[in-house]
Design a binder for this molecule. Structure first.
Ligand SMILES: Nc1ncnc2c1ncn2[C@@H]1O[C@H](COP(=O)(O)OP(=O)(O)OP(=O)(O)O)[C@@H](O)[C@H]1O
Ligand SMILES: [Mg+2]
Length: 234
């Protein structure tokens, strides 16, 4: 981890009322479902909503860190945790809390290696899946591991890269997941604004603030925030 980070300097940091650090991981044992895309845009949306955010890239692939390197303004700090630093994740998060981070968003690799250790102490796990049976079935091992870690009330699947409505298949998967109490809402529709935002080092709420994509991301952050606040104490 680079203690300087690639983001905000203390002089320009927006101040936030002191409070405990909350940690949101974006994780699922399946590649390409939108973990990095959602982690980046949720980090920005949360910062716009008043959080003091650090986005941490736990994926050796480094996609989130690459996005952070493109950013020109430092409203969100972006840093990496290397595979050999994973054992110190709790200490790293403690340091961020001391430095005033109120929300850490962890982007993780699309594999199970080291996932459980990374997720043990998080406040919430968002699991992006595309509305397809293969993605939803592939999410089960992650889901079971999280339940085993006591995170049953602190996880949700979000349907991402959904076709524009009406989509009976998407609605059917949403209904199934909602009935199980594990659906984050709203679902996120496949829109090029997400791709263009990430390509320019922006969150979608910065890239296209008035767009439907931005509205969905803001609403998803609001949903996650409320869910964490409502979750029983651990
Ligand atoms: N809602 C969306 N609309 C349009 N494109 C999207 C959306 N979400 C993700 N994508 C695209 O899907 C691809 C995979 O997204 P992303 O890299 O965020 O997934 P990932 O889960 O982080 O992948 P990996 O497992 O490799 O880390 C990218 O090309 C991204 O631009
Ligand atoms: Mg990724």
């Amino acid at each position: 981890m680079d203690p300087e980070g690639s983001g905000r300097s203390p002089d320009t940091a927006p101040r936030h009322a002191a409070g405990p650090l909350r940690v949101v991981a974006v994780a699922v044992q399946k590649g390409g479902t939108g973990k990095t895309t959602l982690a980046a845009s949720l980090a920005i949306a949360a910062a716009e909503a008043g959080e003091h955010v650090t986005a941490l890239d736990l994926d050796p692939q480094g996609s989130l860190a690459g996005w952070g390197a493109l950013r020109k303004e430092g409203s969100v700090a972006v840093d990496r945790v290397r595979p050999w630093e994973m054992g110190q994740l709790a200490e790293i998060l403690g340091l961020l809390a001391e430095q005033g981070t109120t929300l850490a968003i962890l982007d993780t690799a699309g594999s199970s290696a080291g996932l459980a250790a990374a997720l043990r102490d998080v406040d919430f796990v968002l699991m992006p899946v595309r509305p397809s049976r293969l993605d939803i079935v592939a999410a089960r091992p992650t889901l079971q591991a999280l339940v085993g870690l006591g995170l049953r009330d602190r996880l949700a699947l979000v349907l991402n890269q959904c076709p524009p409505p009406p989509s009976p298949r998407t609605s059917a998967y949403a209904a199934q997941l909602r009935a199980l109490g594990v659906l984050a809402e709203p679902g996120i529709i496949h829109r090029v604004d997400h791709q263009d935002a990430l390509a320019t080092g922006l969150g979608v709420t910065e890239y296209a603030p008035g767009s439907p994509a931005a509205g969905e991301i803001r609403a998803l952050w609001t949903w996650i925030d409320a869910k964490m606040r409502a979750a029983p104490a651990r």
